[in-house]
Design a protein around this ligand. Structure first.
Ligand SMILES: [Zn+2]
Length: 484
């Protein structure tokens, strides 16, 4: 006989006295299951047929392995093994029973609210009291983009009383692939105007407050202060650190999410109970070391997954239920389709939340994308789009070098250019000429300015960077150029 733990799914726990994990004994998986069925007779009908065989809608796992591919019920167990019961779930689609005590709450909730939130009211973890709590709650979403869109929609639908949104962008056609708050007719509108319309249509009970401005050290504390939970849906490091630091100084939980290509991360930073973002990454990387915004593609569904995980964590924090991600970093891999979890410890040397903290205020880091980043990088000789256009038509045109990625090149390019992605430049220098001037370009001018600096340092002296990249070229020279 070995002693094992049996993990029960939520629907079966009430049949075992509310326990999530039961200690049980047996020599095989089958013996363990029969053992718990005997100890908790109510479980028996759920798990076993009348002739004591395992029901077919119940899957059994031994230490994360499906026993059907081991020796089924005859699979031997040893001390310390974990048997997990995984039932098939249909989802909460049954009609609420009329007249049940749980939804008789006319005094705290209108009939419309009871109808709207009935699937919440039927959950013991939410119920009338929890729903009223959500209505009193305030959540700030920093960023109304890929992560903020699903989070805003579901938090509004769930009945969070007040939702604040910080974003100063305008809806662009390239947003619609993942930013599901917006529709085609919103292209060109300020995001927060469109978001407010959509959220108020989804749930008129929700108050939507908008902050159409950039989060900075000067306004961050004031904007975050009224809210219970802050959801970090930013796409850049300066704002991410600001959100973390401001949430720390105000003593608020910061629900973190980030996405890149096919991978995402989620955690909850709350320095009162666990680590902060700076415990994980003390300082942002220097601007040149991270893939710039223009390079980073993302599978459209991915921020949906991550933004919704952030919403779940937010609702749990507001309701005071469940086990939050404080102290844990959840990693999601869409290509391999799997989650991994890393333990996140509080860093005793954290400059922000550690016992010998040295940081006493908010920090504005230089921008990582676009104009600010180009200014932050070393100055290199530049050529304006109009001047380049004229030079390309002259008798002795410059050698035009595109340093973007092949995927970007496939979307759009300047005629006559040569492609050498920035990362391949060191191995492909022999393809360059020193007889003609070399003009480098990328999407926004940042990557190409770094590549220009690289060539200058190697002794190429007749090189210039296209100021503002393809974006500026499209604005000033060729308005018909495809944008991405
Ligand atoms: Zn910290």
């Amino acid at each position: 006989m070995s002693e094992v733990s049996v993990r029960l799914p939520t629907p079966l726990r009430p049949l075992a006295g509310g326990q999530a994990v039961i200690r049980a004994e047996g020599g095989t998986v089958g013996e363990v299951i029969v053992g718990i069925a005997l100890a908790f007779p109510a479980l028996s009908a759920q798990l076993l047929t009348h002739d004591q065989r395992l029901r077919s809608h119940v899957a059994l796992y031994l230490n994360d392995e499906d026993v059907r591919y081991l020796a089924r019920e005859a699979t031997p167990v040893k001390d310390g093994d974990v048997v997990e019961i995984v039932p098939s779930l249909a989802g909460g689609s049954s009609e609420p029973e009329q007249g049940r005590g749980t939804i008789r709450a006319d005094s705290v909730m209108s009939r419309e609210e009871m109808r709207r939130y009935s699937r919440h009211l039927l959950l013991p973890e939410v119920g009338v009291a929890g729903q009223a709590r959500l209505r009193r709650s305030k959540v700030l979403l920093v960023g109304a983009g890929g992560l903020g869109s699903p989070a805003a929609l579901y938090l509004a639908a769930a009945g969070v009383g007040e939702i604040g949104l910080v974003d100063f962008d305008v809806v662009d056609a390239s947003n619609l692939q993942r930013q599901v708050l917006y529709g085609t007719r919103d292209v060109g509108r300020p995001k927060l105007e469109a978001a407010k319309d959509r959220l108020e249509d989804l749930n008129p009970d929700v108050r939507v407050r908008t902050y159409p401005e950039k989060l900075e050290s000067g306004n961050a504390l004031e904007i975050l202060r009224p809210y219970d939970v802050v959801v970090d849906g930013t796409d850049n490091f300066p704002t991410r650190y600001l959100v973390n630091d401001a949430a720390f100084f105000l003593g608020k939980p910061n629900v973190y999410g980030s996405v890149y290509r096919f991978e995402g991360q989620v955690s909850v930073f709350d320095a009162r109970r666990g680590p902060c973002y700076r415990c994980l990454y003390p300082e942002p990387p220097p601007p040149g070391l991270v893939p710039s915004c223009a390079e980073g593609g993302v599978l459209g569904v991915l921020p949906g997954v991550i933004g919704l995980l952030q919403s779940i964590e937010t609702l749990k924090l507001l309701l005071g239920t469940g086990e939050s991600l404080v102290g844990r970093l959840l990693l999601f891999d869409a290509l391999g389709l799997g989650f991994r979890e890393l333990h996140l410890a509080k860093n005793p040397d954290c400059a922000l939340c550690g016992p010998r903290a040295t940081q006493t205020g908010l920090i504005d880091y230089p921008a990582f994308c676009g104009v600010g980043a180009a200014e932050a990088s070393d100055r290199v000789p530049e050529i304006a789009p109009g001047e380049l256009s004229r030079a390309l038509q002259a008798a002795d045109p410059p050698y035009l070098l595109d340093v973007r990625e092949p995927e970007e090149w496939a979307i759009v390019r300047i005629e006559g250019a040569h492609l050498i992605p920035k990362g391949e430049l060191p191995q492909r220098l022999s393809e360059l000429t020193s007889a003609r001037e070399v003009v480098l370009y990328c999407k926004s001018g940042l990557r190409s300015s770094e590549a220009t600096r690289f060539l200058l340092d190697l002794g190429f002296n007749n090189v210039r960077n296209l100021r503002g990249g393809l974006d500026a070229w499209a604005r000033e020279v060729d308005p018909d150029l495809a944008r991405y």
